[in-house]
Design a protein around this ligand. Structure first.
Ligand code: V47
Length: 372
């Protein structure tokens, strides 16, 4: 049995022993346990513990999605310091897609099909809310079956303020137009002190959580993310995850947690060391153990790279996102991964890591189980 061989005598890091004892007793981990996990350099122990939790939920299965990203505008008034994608209104390099451009991107070619289209953009003063609704309807018109995972909670807040409407009204209008669920962006690090440093003009962490609660209460599922590897501390990471876990206890509305590795190029943080593979795996493993009430832990191959994504499937992650097709946010920050992957490449990534590929829809219903 997976659990039989992780007894605490196999765990070299003594700081992890109380954590192991709690896990063996089926007890929930707390703040100090989270700090011990994130501080530990006993990666094998973290991996074994996280893998046990992962396999208890999902066995050998690794989920993926046939999806496409569209970023309709990179114009953004927020000015988050970590973002290399955004341009201020009027700044060189800014773009705003016309409806026709969005529809052209959303129209599958003869060999293409998408289960999900993920649409997010900047807070663009020249992008009217009505055009967001038109965009959703137009994408649905050329893809009637597709699930639209659209607009972060930060965009929902922006349009609510601009339109002088409640977030409920904005969410209801988006849903009416064809939005199926919300992506997890904009959470960054929820702690207010750190937020003041990296995204002082963005909605507060409390507001982000409040909007997620609102969406969940309306029956709209969402994802949640954590941007790590910049100027945050271990304590910030643990606090972030525990805040998400608390809301999840209340609503159960989060489908997946996605730790996002910070990519630093073209940002003021270029001097910082590159996020390591060790940190990627440790963060995923610690997340799996601490965030015990979220079903899925996604490794976003776009940010961590394909090789770490494979290893991650043994360090707590059960989902590798999807084909993605055209990724801009991370690539503007220097990511060297492909901008998209073909189905066969994704299958190879999962199979050669020793897992069973399961194509899923956005809500994690299995669409097809592929041979191992
Ligand atoms: O909120 C911005 C992050 C997020 C950088 O829900 C950066 O399934 C790394 O949320 N380096 C948007 N990250 C992406 C996102 C996402 C991605 C994939 C799947 C899902 C999902 C959600 O990207 C932002 C921010 O945290 N980001 N700049 C950067 N330089």
């Amino acid at each position: 049995m997976a659990g039989a061989w992780i007894g605490r005598e196999r765990v070299r890091d003594a700081a992890l022993h109380p954590v192991v004892d709690k896990l063996e007793a089926g007890e929930r981990l707390g703040f100090e346990d989270g700090v011990a996990l994130f501080r530990s350099r006993d990666l094998q122990a973290l991996g074994a513990l996280a893998n046990r939790a992962r396999e208890a939920r999902h066995g050998d299965r690794a989920f993926f999605n046939v999806n496409r990203h569209i970023n309709h505008t990179n114009v953004c008034v927020t000015g988050c310091s970590f973002c290399a994608f955004a341009r201020k209104p009027g700044q060189e390099g800014g773009y705003r897609m016309s409806l026709e451009e969005v529809v052209a991107k959303a129209t599958p070619g003869p060999e293409e099909r998408w289960e999900e289209i993920h649409i997010v953009g900047g807070l663009d003063p020249q992008f009217p809310f009505d055009r967001c609704l038109e965009m959703i309807r137009a994408v649905k018109a050329v893809n009637p079956e597709v699930h639209l995972k659209t607009f972060t909670l930060v965009e929902v807040d922006y349009y609510a303020r601009r339109e002088r409407k409640s977030p409920e009204e904005i969410l209801a209008a988006l849903r009416e137009a064809g939005m199926g669920s919300l992506p997890g962006g904009g959470a960054e690090i929820l702690g207010e002190e750190l937020r003041k440093k990296i995204c002082p003009n963005k909605i507060s962490g409390a507001r982000w959580l409040g909007l997620a609660r609102t969406a969940h209460r309306m029956g709209i599922r969402s994802n949640c993310t954590m941007l790590y590897g910049h100027v945050e501390s271990v304590e910030d990471r643990v606090d972030h995850i525990l805040r998400l876990r608390e809301l999840q206890d209340e609503t159960g509305g989060f489908m997946a947690f996605i730790p996002l590795q910070f990519n630093k190029e073209n940002t003021p943080y270029e001097h910082l060391p590159e996020v390591t593979g060790e940190d990627n795996l440790r963060t995923l493993a610690a997340s799996r153990l601490l965030f015990d009430n979220v079903d899925h832990l996604k490794v976003y191959w776009v940010m961590v790279g394909l090789k770490i994504a494979q290893l991650a499937l043994w360090y707590g992650a059960d989902d590798v996102d999807g084909t993605v097709v055209e990724e801009r946010i991370t690539h503007d920050a220097g990511a060297t991964t492909p901008v998209g992957l073909g189905l066969q490449e994704l299958l190879h990534l999962i199979r050669s890591a020793g897992r069973v590929p399961v194509e899923r829809d956005t809500l994690y219903n299995a669409r097809r189980v592929y041979p191992a």
